[in-house]
Design a protein around this ligand. Structure first.
Ligand SMILES: NC(=O)c1ccc[n+]([C@@H]2O[C@H](COP(=O)([O-])OP(=O)(O)OC[C@H]3O[C@@H](n4cnc5c(N)ncnc54)[C@H](OP(=O)(O)O)[C@@H]3O)[C@@H](O)[C@H]2O)c1
Length: 337
């Protein structure tokens, strides 16, 4: 295969176990816009091109199609199972007793795997919303974060790690106050934490908190998720790809601003998981992190692109009595209940 990138050339980070993990992956959430067929076709093309990490989730509604792609790739010798790092996540309505294992069993059946490389708790709330709902949708049964309840879910995550069904376990959409409440009581610490990260939303404190504890960080919406679901669009949101700091670097390198965001992410030390079903885009995304790095001056300038612009606000998970979406993120330094 000549028209591909040797996965060995792709930068890697080191997990706390000492194992290497690719420093970039592909997202698989179709944002309620792209069909499972389109997403899985992109996964097939991405494997051939040299991607080795894929970020899946049951709630994306496409794991069965992606599983067919994995099976085909393994069966035809395009890639070996152990060469891929595949993550999936337990959705909010499956935190309860037995449900984590049940959810993972369905994911493994759909993805046609014996194990996932990492299994994450998608959100720290057991608050369900229907796929494709709009931003005003609220579930009256929603509840605020509760450390005891989360730890009960985490104990089930530890169990599936014990069983070898997930090589690593991790969390997603956490805050420092929530981590402070649960980390000391985790028998198995999270190896990975997934969070929203892009130049206009750098989460410096949370990122630093994880790095300091040897937790590898996966960054979602790495190019600012321009096609995110309408429920996640709000007046005042900033487009990363239109900020002067990103545009200046894009011009200097003669590349699309999205690629600046990805170079920045990998050079900063987080794993971006850009999504695109378009071959030209997903190819250029992988290529961007193996060539022509940003200079120290450009990295310093991009540090100044921070606009505190959270895109996935999560308001559909709010519970009765909550004020607004900031309650989900403990912005005053305490767990909001
Ligand atoms: N843990 C969580 O709660 C959570 C939340 C959100 C997302 N995620 C994960 O993170 C992944 C990525 O997030 P995301 O899809 O929201 O945001 P994103 O990767 O920042 O943005 C995706 C969009 O960017 C465009 N794009 C990608 N590469 C491009 C390029 N080289 N040039 C121009 N445009 C480009 C694509 O447009 P085109 O379609 O036109 O190519 C695509 O629709 C998801 O797929 C999912 O796996 C996790």
């Amino acid at each position: 295969m000549t028209d591909s990138i040797d996965p060995q050339r792709v930068p890697h980070f080191t997990l706390s176990s000492g194992e290497k993990i690719p420093a970039i992956g592909m997202g698989t959430f179709g944002s309620d816009r792209y069909s499972p067929e389109e997403v899985s076709a992109a996964v097939a093309g991405a494997i051939r091109y040299g991607y080795r990490l894929f970020d899946c989730a049951s709630v994306y509604g496409n794991e069965d199609r992606i599983g067919a792609v994995f099976a085909e790739a393994f069966g035809t010798g395009v890639v070996k199972r152990e060469e891929l790092f595949i993550t999936s996540k337990v959705w909010n309505d499956m935190h309860g007793q037995g449900d984590v294992l049940f959810s993972l069993a369905k994911t493994l059946r759909d993805l046609r795997l014996d194990y996932v490389d990492a299994y994450l708790v998608h959100w720290p709330f057991p608050n369900y919303h229907a796929p494709g709902c709009d931003g005003n949708a609220r579930n009256p049964n929603s509840v605020p974060f509760n450390a005891e309840r989360y730890l009960a879910t985490w104990a089930r995550m530890e169990r599936i790690a014990d069983m070898g069904l997930a090589r690593y376990i991790g969390m997603s959409n956490m805050t420092i106050p929530k981590l402070e409440a649960v980390l000391p009581r985790c028998r198995i610490k999270p190896a990975l934490i997934e969070m929203e990260l892009h130049p206009c939303f750098q989460q410096r404190e949370l990122f630093g908190y994880c790095v300091k504890r040897g937790i590898t960080v996966i960054g979602y919406c790495p190019v600012g998720s321009p096609n995110r679901p309408d429920r996640d669009k709000a007046p005042g949101d900033v487009a990363d790809t239109e900020t002067p700091e990103v545009l200046a670097a894009a011009k200097a390198h003669g590349i699309h601003p999205a690629l600046v965001c990805l170079k920045w992410a990998v050079q900063r030390g987080q794993i971006p998981i850009p999504f695109s079903v378009h071959e030209k885009n997903y190819r250029s995304n992988l290529r961007a992190v193996v060539e022509d790095p940003l200079s120290e001056a450009e990295m310093a300038s991009l540090a100044g692109a921070e606009r505190n612009c959270r895109l996935v606000k999560g308001q559909v998970f709010l519970w009765p009595g909550a004020k607004d979406w900031e309650d989900l993120w403990d912005t005053d330094g305490r767990i909001t209940v």
